[in-house]
Design a protein. Structure first.
Length: 203
């Protein structure tokens, strides 16, 4: 995001109809419902502060009147805001999230962590049996995106790995090539979107 004139403060917002719990030091947040849980982590900007509020700035009214609506007539809401410490001329926001099914068959909870990358914002989702690497091009970055062994010349790329580190599936946006640890997974003469299973790789 780039400010059009003077530096501004950009807040990232998330709204829910269930309580939002946060771990401020890790910038993690959790929303738990009956059959699923949303788990997330704000990875950029690094100095953002997480705050949870509830309710409405202006209470809902009853129909077209000016009378406040009884609480049983509307659903309570919670609001998560991520605010930087100071105004900036431009910023990049990366919030990585997992929707985890908790009803049977339940899904595993992923660890979400920043991935060191060149030319990109990177994130790694990891369990004991699976991991996912995701790269998203930074503002004004040119050339190759690279991180965690994944390389691509497009706008974004992702790959799923099994517990042995073997590629299972991958995708790339507006790319002519996608490689993992030097092995070519996809190539095309013109930039294109691609996704699919990884059955064979070549050098």
């Amino acid at each position: 995001m780039a400010a059009s004139a003077a530096p501004v403060r950009v807040d990232w917002l998330l709204h829910a109809v269930a309580p939002i719990k946060t771990e401020g030091d890790l910038k993690q947040f959790t929303i738990t419902c009956d059959r699923a849980t949303l788990r997330g982590r704000l990875l950029s900007p690094a100095d953002a502060n997480l705050q949870v509020t509830t309710g409405f700035p202006v209470e809902p009214v009853d129909g077209y009147s000016t009378r406040p609506a009884p609480p049983e007539k509307y659903v309570q809401e919670w609001h998560l805001s991520a605010s930087p410490k100071e105004a900036v001329a431009q910023t990049e926001v990366l919030a990585a999230m997992q929707i985890q099914r908790t009803a049977e068959p339940a899904q595993a909870e992923y660890d979400i962590e920043a991935l060191d990358a060149e030319g990109a914002l990177g994130v790694r989702f990891r369990t004991e049996k699976r991991s996912h690497l995701v790269l998203s091009r930074r503002q004004a970055a040119a050339g190759t995106l690279a991180g965690g062994g994944l390389e691509c010349d497009g706008e974004a790329a992702a790959i799923e790995l099994d517990d042995h580190g073997t590629p299972i599936r991958a995708m790339a946006i507006q790319a002519t090539y996608l490689r993992y640890n030097g092995l070519e997974i996809h190539s095309s003469q013109k930039p294109a979107d691609w996704s699919g299973g990884v059955t064979t790789v070549s050098r």
